[in-house]
Design a binder for this molecule. Structure first.
Ligand code: C2O
Ligand code: CU
Length: 464
């Protein structure tokens, strides 16, 4: 029996009274439901899955009925609705990573919604304004739940997207399994205080090096999401011409070849790949970071060549993100550091029991009823620049909820003016992220290495 199971059982009785809050929130949403489409049911489920050759792994978590791992499809500008039904013995929520939506739909316990108890449900409804690749995951007991598999990729389609001959979605993640293919402890404190604890089994779509087929000489759209709790990847494509079309749900201003492109947990990329002409030729997506490079997935060319040209892929439509007014923007300083201060937390949604990290010297794990002041109070409609500085020797994929920012400048490298929700800040780097505070509410800002997030590297901004 795993840790989340025991905690779930113990806490359910003690705080069942709070369930009523969940029901009234659903009641309020119900009045808006007339315009909403039939909700997709996302039922959390505990299953067995074969992640290692030797036999099935127990206690794998997924969103049932959606395939494994699940992929959700939405359409830009069209209403979407989902009912989260919680069938695991641990409270949960869904956060729609990168999607700009109303604060009440953001899935962060205490800050915006009550968590959803075993046997309870919560209705989410929103209209995604941006097309691209996004993903969803719980925001309660996140390390355990995501570590056990609870993630899915979201494709927000744009009917005007360029046409491809094939499209694949890759959900990249590791699993912390022992030799018997069963889960081992999700983290080691000494690693949580450094890079985070790595998994032992690496997968793409829960498989070891899956192979897909695509027409020879054809154009492939490869959507990649890093849903791992820890691992940073350095991507390279071998065997074909490939260009990065989009990062973190937004088209890149200038396409480039993914030559050891560094992306961290929470980030996504979309590649346009021109398949080789030769039938049977194999294209591989690799992670070349660190000492153990790995082929993540391959695509094999089939049939006679379609003789397409990667330069024929029309530009993706830019998403309607408000342009930051740099002349008027107010600056917010944000320093990432290590801390020795220990902060107790109520932990219903999973405190690791340690504080290793801080934002502006405040360690806070989030997803808790323990209050902390917002990093800043922002005025609705005004422009802001976050001056973020990394005072640690580790890299941190810093994620802002609810609003997209533009990468303005970095102290250590040339940057494209990318629109994004997650920036992988390097050791000793200073970066400027500009955005318009156009979405009212409380929005988390945290490292997406979940052990860092849950041991202090979390804060939020308030837009009023
Ligand atoms: Cu993808 Cu606050 O998270
Ligand atoms: Cu971090």
């Amino acid at each position: 029996m795993t840790g989340w199971t025991r905690r779930g059982l113990l806490k359910t009785a003690a705080i069942a009274g709070a369930t009523g809050v969940g029901l009234s929130a659903i009641g309020r949403l119900g009045s808006l439901a007339a315009a909403s489409p039939e909700p997709v049911v996302l039922q959390t489920a505990k299953i067995q899955a074969r992640l290692m050759d030797i036999g099935p792994t127990n206690n794998v978590l997924t969103y049932g009925n959606a395939g494994m791992p699940p992929v959700l499809r939405m359409r830009k500008g069209e209403p979407f609705a989902a009912r989260l039904v919680n069938a695991i013995d641990d409270p949960t929520t869904i956060h729609w990573h990168g999607i700009r939506l109303p604060n009440k739909m953001d899935g962060v316990p205490f800050l915006v919604q009550p968590y959803v108890y075993t046997g309870d449900h919560f209705d989410y409804a929103f209209t995604p304004p941006d097309a691209g690749t996004f993903w969803y995951h719980p925001h309660c007991n996140t390390l355990e739940q995501m570590g056990h598999g609870l993630t899915g990729v979201i494709v927000v389609e744009n009917p005007d997207d360029p046409k491809f001959d094939a499209e694949f979605v890759l959900n990249l993640r590791d699993w912390r399994l022992g030799d018997d293919s069963q889960f081992i402890d999700q983290f080691r404190p000494r690693d949580a205080a450094r890079t985070g604890t790595y998994g032992t089994v690496r997968t793409a779509n829960w498989l070891d090096q899956p192979q897909y087929d695509a027409p020879a000489g054809g154009l492939v759209r490869l959507r990649v999401a890093i849903t791992d709790v820890t691992r940073i990847y350095a991507f390279r494509v071998e065997g074909a011409e490939a260009t990065v079309m989009a990062l973190d749900g937004n088209p890149v201003p200038q396409r480039f070849s993914p030559d050891a492109l560094l992306l961290g947990p929470g980030q996504r990329m979309e590649l346009a790949i021109r398949m080789p002409d030769q039938e049977g030729a194999v294209v591989s997506l690799r992670d070349v970071r660190g000492t153990k490079p790995k082929i993540l997935a391959t695509v094999r060319a089939t049939g006679g060549s379609l003789k397409r040209d990667v330069r024929d892929v029309a530009p993706l439509e830019v998403n309607p993100v408000a342009e930051v007014d740099l002349a008027a923007a107010q600056h917010i300083s944000l320093a990432l550091s290590a801390t020795a201060e220990n902060v107790p937390s109520d932990g219903i949604c999973g405190s690791l029991g340690y504080s290793f990290w801080a934002i502006n010297k405040v360690p806070w794990p989030g997803d808790t009823s323990d209050p902390t002041a917002p990093l800043a109070e922002l005025k609705l409609g005004k422009s802001y620049v976050i001056d973020m500085e990394n005072l640690t020797p580790q890299s941190h994929p810093m994620h802002l909820h609810g609003m997209s920012f533009k990468v303005l400048s970095s102290s250590t490298r040339p940057v494209q003016p990318l629109i994004s929700d997650t920036y992988l800040i390097q050791p000793n780097e200073k970066v400027q992220l500009g955005f318009v505070a156009d979405n009212p509410g409380d929005w988390l800002l945290h490292c997406h290495i979940i052990e860092h997030q849950k041991s202090g590297m979390t804060s939020y901004v308030r837009v009023v």
